[in-house]
Design a protein around this ligand. Structure first.
Ligand code: F6P
Length: 324
């Protein structure tokens, strides 16, 4: 293998740049040409492909976002789009791919490999930490720390006014960010898609907590089955009629996706990037280079996409136990 390409796809996450840098420099170390594809699968289809040098990835390690840009490609969902992408890659003589992204990215990579056979290794890049085959995903640690900083600030004002705050964090299908922020930020309650917490449960807990606390924080993962934080707050508030308790809502949103990556995310991105390239050179394909128990593990895309990574029971219990 003499020419490979790297791209980022789906939602960006802090640490993706560290991963790109590792892919480029590992390739150069092994004397292969590395190309960067702009805007994920869209750039593959449009031929937005350029050769990268060591200096192309200078001074990016500490930056959030992705220098290769990202997109969620509709065209790549079609066979015609994928054929165009294959033709563009062939035109550039590209023999291997490194795909940095989440489960949507890997679903595309798996189909593409099955149709056209270009060896592909993935790196887990998403703030959600919802990918099987790796203990953590690139960007998760930064997102949790960003959310935590915000929660600490909200707690100050919540305590000053004896208010109940509902804080929405990201996590469309996953409560990883919510539970870790909940533990780290001392939330009174955490609502995640993986467990069922009814409005009655929330009302009961909050009313119970009022005996010992004057303010409370409820962290809500955006994908919770009861809705987003604003909806949940309205439903809860309606059951506190005649009570002078004040309720507020804050949606943290995309601030969780940006910012300088933590040391953990820079190291994870770098390790996964190096492992992806060296994996490709050793014949790994159609799989993701994750880190499990501090060791590089290549897991088939099939498993990364279809197996779920449940929240740790211990974390759920810990949060509940410490919130009394
Ligand atoms: O998958 C990562 C993620 O940040 C989710 O937590 C969130 O629901 C989604 O992306 C938001 O996507 P977009 O940036 O396209 O609105």
């Amino acid at each position: 293998m003499k020419k490979i390409a790297v791209f980022t796809s789906g939602g960006d996450s802090p640490g993706m740049n560290a991963c790109i840098r590792a892919v480029v420099r590992t390739g150069i170390y092994h004397e292969i040409d590395v190309y960067g594809i702009m805007y994920g699968y869209d750039g593959m289809i449009n031929g937005s492909i350029r050769k990268m040098q060591s200096h192309s990835v200078s001074n990016i390690l500490q930056r959030g976002g992705t220098i290769l840009k990202s997109a969620r490609s509709e065209n790549f969902r079609t066979k015609e789009g994928r054929k165009k992408a294959y033709d563009e890659l062939t035109k550039h003589g590209i023999e291997g791919l490194v795909a940095i992204g989440g489960d949507g990215t890997f679903t595309g990579a798996k189909i593409f490999f099955e149709e056209f056979g270009i060896p592909t290794v993935g790196c887990p890049g998403t703030i959600d930490n919802d990918i099987f085959g790796t203990d953590y995903t690139i960007g998760f640690d930064t997102a949790v720390n960003t959310a935590l900083e915000a929660i600490d600030k909200i707690r100050d004002t919540a305590a000053a006014h004896d208010r109940i705050f509902f804080i929405e964090v990201m996590g469309r299908d996953s409560g990883y960010i919510a539970i870790e922020c909940g533990i780290g930020g001392g939330a009174e309650l955490v609502m995640v898609p993986e467990t069922t917490t009814t409005i009655d449960d929330v009302v009961k807990s909050l009313k119970g907590l009022r005996k010992s606390k004057t303010s409370s924080i409820v962290v809500v993962a955006e994908g919770d089955e009861e809705g987003g934080a604003a909806q949940i707050m309205d439903k809860v508030k309606s059951q506190f009629k005649g009570d002078d308790k004040e309720f507020k809502v804050t949606t943290l949103g995309h601030i969780q996706r940006g910012g300088s990556p933590t040391a953990k995310d820079r190291i994870l991105g770098s390790r996964s990037g190096m492992a992806a390239v060296e994996g490709l050179l050793k014949g790994e394909s159609n799989c993701m280079a994750g880190i499990i128990n501090d060791q590089v593990v290549y897991s088939p895309f099939e498993e990364c996409i279809n197996k779920s990574k449940p929240l740790k029971e211990e974390y759920l219990r810990l949060q509940e136990l410490l919130s009394i």
